[in-house]
Ligand binder design. Sequence first.
Ligand code: FES
Ligand SMILES: [Fe+2]
Length: 377
Amino acid sequence: MKSPADRISPLLDHCPATLPPEAYWHPDWAEREQRGIWARHWIYVGRRDSFLPGTMRRVQIAGDSLIVVCAADGGLSAFHNTCRHRGSVLCVEHQQAFDGRVIRCPYHAWAYATDGRLVSTAFATPTPDFDKSDHGLFPVAMEIWNGFVFLSLADEPPVFEPDLGKEALDNWPMDALVVGHTFEKELACNWKMFWENYNECLHCPGVHPMLSDRIPVYKRGIMTRQESADWTPGEEASPVLKEGTSTWTMNGQPCGPEFAGLSAQERRIAHTFVTSYPSMFVVAHIDYVRTVELQPLDPERVLLRAQWLFLPETLSQPDFDLRNVTDFATTVLMEDGAACELNQRGVKSSRYAGGRLMPQEFDVHGFQAWVLEQVGD
Ligand code: FES
Ligand SMILES: [Fe+2]
């Protein structure tokens, strides 16, 4: 039987095999992942307030074109981007305006209400065997959590549940936050490379000098004190960030008023990571919140988008220095992206047949086990 300390330590007690190399480039793998993961789970498509009344926006999930429709009254709905007449797309541009009431097909002008009901067949006069009520748009399931909009292509979507639970950000004023900055970069790697890198800190000392200086435990290649051999259950929690700093900004100081409702523990941790596989994670700091989202473009390319969310009063401070905030995590993301691209190139070697995970890579192991479970053997 394991000792209590072992039970609490997250370290693996063996060195499991990684995913096979073809998981990172083979079209068959990508196809299985599209069906088993991207077409089944909740996929992040943007902040609620980025969908403006009277617009519809096209989004791509698992190879399918969808539309998110924002009605004149602000109500959101999502559908497959296909007309029930002869299948034309409905939304042509990435984002386009409409009257906020009726979605009109650009081909023969059939019209749909914003709840998807077919309301007009325009110039066509159907015979009685055609029932309008059977020809509404195909709906797509939607979930809004803390102002983040997610869609699922599944007929019966799983319960939406980020890793720390739906309440994880309850102490942050999430609905009040607005986007102050967006960073986008296409990475030449499989989307899983990014998550695997996200899930370990063995690379931190070498890849992230600035971040490891800010978070001293990272200098040891671990993510938390708990992973350390000299950690004891019940030991007094120490601050996570370097003395004299309290957040992820270049100068280490909060960029505006600190969020009022955070617990002492949340302040001490200074970066609460909340993850929703496969498409996004949130990092909540004491003064701002950051999101990172992934969109696979093909088996060896992924689009990375990060957004910085602030209280409006933070952004409107006369001396607000946006770069002081965004340069920090942008540096880290670029370092991570470069590491992922190195990894992608190497797994294509004819001699690489899969590797082994180290005990500290327990979260990578968890992610890989999750992927295998979703795609089947
Ligand atoms: S395909 Fe849409 S109205 Fe004909
Ligand atoms: Fe990293």
